[in-house]
Design a protein around this ligand. Sequence first.
Ligand code: F6R
Length: 602
Amino acid sequence: MCGIVGYVGDASRTLDVLLGGLSNLEYRGYDSAGVAVGGDELHVEKRAGELDALEARLSDADVAFEGPVGVGHTRWSTHGPPTDANAHPHTDETGRVAVVHNGIVENYRALRDELEADGVTFGSETDTEVVPHLIARELRRGLDPETAIREAITRLEGSYALVVAVAGVDALFAARRDPPLVLGIGDGEYFVASDVPAFLEHTRDVVYLDDDEFVRLDHGGWTVTGTDGRRVEKDVRTVSWEAEQTGKSGYEHYMLKEIHEQPRSLRQCLSGRVDELGGRVVVDELDGLGTPASVQFVACGTSYHAALYGARLLRAGGIPATAHYAHEYATAPAPVTGEDLVIGLTQSGETADTLRALRKGAGRGAETLALTNVVGSTVTRECDHVIYLRAGPELGVAATKTFTSQLVGVNLLAAHLADGGGGRQRDLVSALRGLPDQVQAILDGSAASAVIEEFADSETFFFLGRGFDYPVALEGALKFKEITYEHAEGFAAGELKHGPLALVTADTPVFAVVTGDDEAARKTIGNVKEVEARDAPVVVVTDGVAEASRYADHVLKVPATDGRLAPLLANVQLQLVAYHMAAGLDRSIDKPRHLAKSVTVE
Ligand code: F6R
């Protein structure tokens, strides 16, 4: 999704701060970029394509991009294709007002008609461009900049994180409804951005904005007001992330770095949450949350796969639980009462679909709980309970370490809600303790890069699993298609014979996840035999407890552990499969085409 960065401070630093910030936000996914810098006059440059294209253009510019105020933007197209003209910032006809925007102005067509009837000429196809024209009209009517911007915002329907610069005013103005905005408070300099990494190298003191708040940043400081113009007191928090955590630390891609960070991210997720001596799980954040009558998980994408796994886990513990795509749930929520719990799984804490689904659940009286990685994100402020994943910043668009932390998080949750301190909890605690080292062992010895070599020319890939292995098969296929751009499908292994088997040939590699030796594992082995009989190359991802390897062309081995956690280990192998295949195909691994890290539109 679009990335925003704004800066007020040292005129000679503005452009560097903006470009550095945009580069740190690249992980959000984008297709064009631009900046506006100035003081008495605003200079604007914007280009379709990657940041390099913008930087090349800036280095040829015949004006100095210097000034105490600047805004920058990376655009992820919603209205109009990625072109220079559609890139942000957008300005009014005189170039006095520059605006960057994340979100969708839903009534832009009516506003555009109204402005065009007033004689305004538009230069782009975007919804955003109505905003600078609306502000310019209010300025022409004689309003001061702050009032003009507030007035213009009252006309907008939909969602927005907006940052506005006005020539001749050494200040930035920002407003939020839905998409995230966060302020960075430096020493005599101030930042506003979609996410903390944009300015983390300059300050760790941050203020998270809430919906319908309005900000003014100038050299004298920062103020936040509500729609009524009244001052809102905000807490300044210090984020614990270090700037190095957002670098690549020698890895070629963030995704590979984040895959390798999993032993540490899992330790952090578990830290203080398991009582090894007592063999119990202790999740302080859940104090006061009793066993609900039923649980409904809402989530999207990778997080939805964690939700499917979590629902199965809770059902295994005796709690009725279901998993729902958040976007589907939002339009047709399942019936809930105050006895039920709606759980949002969202690593970013900002996914618009998931927030909407949670609001639906809360509106019907259910208690809500969020599992998220981002401290201060919108979901943490809206839910009754929050469990943090503590995975550290994840900058690769493809979720990896946050997924494994989600699987651990739902295990902790299930133990708290369902287990009641019995023997199964003791087994879980001991398995959780060994998990980070087992992940490390996979990272040290995985054969994934060698195994995929023979599939370089294949165009369709299937992933199978049953029981707890099913969500991991779906996740394996999603990760694979996201970053390789090859066709990959995940199936419940039992579903194969009901249709997908028709597609299986000698040219369709099948990755089968088989962990443990229960009924599910044994039946999946039957399905493996079926695809083998149709000449498909088979890769089995297994702990070797059942004898799946016997029917495989290749084996990706994971250490044996508790049946609930083995799928997590299998997932690490599948992360490596997707990564090495994409690297071999020279794909844009950290920023897959058309995708965004934080999906803040519905
Ligand atoms: C895939 C991926 C997406 C996200 C989905 C939900 O690698 O990252 O499928 O899982 O957009 O995002 P969150 O978890 O932030 O709600």
